[in-house]
Design a protein around this ligand. Sequence first.
Ligand SMILES: O=C[C@H](O)[C@H](O)COP(=O)(O)O
Ligand SMILES: C=C(OP(=O)(O)O)C(=O)O
Length: 345
Amino acid sequence: MNFELQKTENLRVESITRLKTPQDLKTRFPASETALETVLRGRSEVRNVLDRSDKRMLLIIGPCSIHDPEAALDYAKRLAALRDEVQDKILIVMRVYFEKPRTTVGWKGFINDPHLDDSCDMKYGLRTARKLMLDILELGLPIAAEFLDPIVPQYMADLVSWAAIGARTVESQTHREMASGLSMPVGLKNTTDGGIQRAIDAILACRAPHSFLGIDQAGHSSIIKTTGNPYTHLVLRGGGGTTNYHADEVAAAAEKLRAAGLSDAMMVDCSHANSGKVPARQADVWKELLEQRQNPDCPVVGAMIESFIEEGNQPISDNLKYGLSITDGCMSWEMTESLLRSVVE
Ligand SMILES: O=C[C@H](O)[C@H](O)COP(=O)(O)O
Ligand SMILES: C=C(OP(=O)(O)O)C(=O)O
């Protein structure tokens, strides 16, 4: 065999397509003063909740994933009005999730495959995602996102007020490094087996400075040096076939955080394993959290709910129902409104 003639790289790569740089996209879709004010106010309010100087409950709420920008903006308009109604008691930030981590394979979210047909038109995905975020921010509604691909934050982290590192990536050094340089507070999910130690390790890792490889605003590969992110915190989401939002589980998690020298201020995801992925059960989790918060020492400062216009979810098809999730099931808008209004009545 003549090894000299053998190709040794890209043997399994079909194509590589260049994209606009992050700077180009931002020039094409710049943030207005109103949008930037919404981002900054959102970040500051979330930090105040985590520091407990703002006693309101933080609520990250919105669809499991964005697949239809029109329906997402429709939802955002309703949520912006509800946010104003409940703002004395609840600080609402909209879940605007464009990236989906999968257990095995599946649709990876709007940025990766915006046309839902495996054409993976990421040019359109990045552009449309940024445009939708700007439209939502114009409503005065701050945005929460999960960051999965380490390149994506360069294109849109400037528009995000709270970010998540998910249960499937919380142990990944790449994601911990990324979170150490993000400008907004970052919630670290417990792992899918329900264990919280990896998330606590992640908080410690994200708070430290790191140096790693990434891209700059011009798209050049670069050495990124970060200072560490002090607003990294735990998000309990259940797992391993069980929940972890009950008072004794929250107290045990708080104890572990304090033992690690961390603040025990944490959030609870009412969905995922905590709801057994039954959308309406999120309401039971939410109500129990409100009860726990009657105790002034309760470490739960925030919650997450997956909510959209219609209740439930649907498989991807050519005939999608408007306002219905194509990933995990969501609580309906009707239930969302009545659940949140009942807190201020
Ligand atoms: O939040 C959404 C899902 O729980 C997550 O993306 C994993 O989904 P999967 O187990 O269906 O792949
Ligand atoms: C994937 C998500 O959550 P988790 O990482 O907890 O599974 C999510 O919130 O969309």
